[in-house]
Design a protein around this ligand. Structure first.
Ligand code: G3I
Length: 386
């Protein structure tokens, strides 16, 4: 409760300062005139935001005013990953996650546990015994059980949505050849859901989360997996489509098809990590963090001062607009739409695929002001089916 008072006391004061010093938004010059995003989408789906570690550490970050006003769900960008929490076997870094959970719970935001099991950001020690040899299948499953137990004991009451497994299916529909898969076998994802359903509270919503979910092979494999789990009586409550999308890809028709394919299995769809890469990527698509970062050049970093030309903002707004029109039209299947970040200032797309680039990804700019895309998204909420 104390923490809540700190945030509440700081953010309006900071916000007043910001309103005086910035004029980037013509539609509403006063913060009070800016409509709340989550209120606009009430009855359609939850609207979420994501807190970086840096923001969680800085209680004076003006982004908190945005988080409180516009988002009724919150995700942690990094602090709940296994490698962050336990980089070494006996190191316990739980404070950031604890702060995140206390903050979101005090604000009544539906919290996301991101992520229980992911091939990336899982430290090597997890797979090894004391002698440095790979664990047996049973020993690794036991270790996964310990992690789920720790999460449930600490935050089981507050967290609603759990990304149980992140990214275990490849674009062609095969299982990712991760260390988990090598040790446990092709039923790694199934075993993870068994562990989560036994250990997390009965009302926890268990999600499978992945990127490029419009790839036909991955889409079909996810649908088949959900049906298989359900046939076995195993809980799975939602599919997370990350939504790290580009300006011209994927087609909204394909986004709609995936939403409908997942929704038709009886689970809810969550857009879990939505952002748009305005600057684009030359030769690949996806969010695979194994891809090596390339160098910044004037060609791939055209707006280093953080201001995009109006025509680019318009193009960006239109793309967000067509995506949200698709989401609203398919709202029956969708439980939540979460943006991966709060403002462009700290978006991961400033570092991926090109480290140190000044990118444009979200609805709020580097001065914490709503961009034209914010208003374009807001308009789409009016197109709801009656
Ligand atoms: O905090 C350290 C800093 O101390 C250090 O100086 C700096 C040097 O590189 O690194 C900082 O950590 C980085 C961290 O982001 C915070 O910025 C890590 O190197 C970097 O690997 C980490 O990247 C995160 C990535 O997941 C890997 O965990 C991104 O922030 C985060 O946005 C991204 O999120 C993933 C989702 O979890 C799953 N879906 C894909 C999505 C995008 O890759």
């Amino acid at each position: 409760m104390l923490r809540k008072h700190i945030y509440k006391a700081i953010s309006p004061a900071l916000l007043a300062g910001i309103a005086i010093t910035t004029t980037s938004c013509e539609e509403a010059e006063n913060e009070a005139d800016v409509p709340s995003l989550h209120e606009a989408f009430e009855g359609l789906f939850l609207i979420g935001g994501t807190l970086s570690d840096r923001m969680i550490l800085d209680t004076s970050d003006p982004g908190y005013a945005i988080a409180e006003k516009h988002f009724n769900s919150l995700s942690p960008e990094n602090c709940m990953k296994w490698g962050r929490m336990n980089p070494e076997p006996n190191v316990e870094n739980y404070e950031l996650a604890e702060t995140f959970v206390r903050y979101g719970a005090a604000n009544d935001q539906a919290l996301v546990g991101h992520t229980l099991f992911w091939h990336s950001q899982t430290p090597d020690w997890v797979y090894k015994d004391e002698a440095g040899n790979d664990l047996s299948r049973e020993a690794l499953l036991a270790r996964m059980r310990e992690r789920a137990t720790l999460m449930a004991e600490r935050w089981g009451d507050e967290i609603v949505y759990w990304d149980v497994v992140n990214e275990s299916i490849m674009g062609d529909g095969s299982w990712r050849k991760s260390k988990y898969q090598q040790i446990i076998g092709d039923d790694f994802t199934e075993q993870a859901f068994r562990i989560a359903s036994e250990i997390l509270p009965p009302n926890a919503q268990l999600l499978y989360n992945d990127y490029s979910m419009t790839d036909a092979g991955r889409r079909d494999a996810v649908v088949a997996m959900v049906k298989d789990f359900k046939a076995k009586g195993l809980r799975i409550d939602g599919i997370g489509m990350q939504g790290h999308w580009l300006m011209d890809f994927p087609d909204t028709k394909d986004i709609a098809e995936s939403i409908q394919a997942f929704g038709s299995t009886g689970v809810k769809v969550h857009i879990t990590e939505l952002d748009l890469d305005l600057l684009g990527r030359a030769s690949f698509f996806g969010a695979d963090v194994d891809i090596r970062a390339i160098q910044v050049t004037p060609e791939n970093n055209p707006y280093p001062d953080g201001v995009a030309p109006p025509a680019e903002e318009e193009r960006f707004a239109n793309r967000y607009g067509e995506i949200f029109e698709t989401l609203v039209a398919n709202a029956d299947h969708i439980e939540r739409v979460t943006f991966w970040g709060i403002t462009d200032k700290t978006s991961w797309l400033n570092h991926f695929p090109v480290r140190g680039r000044t990118n444009f990804a979200l609805l709020f700019d580097r001065q914490y002001q709503p961009k034209p895309a914010f208003y374009r998204v807001l308009e789409t909420a009016k197109n709801r089916k009656e």
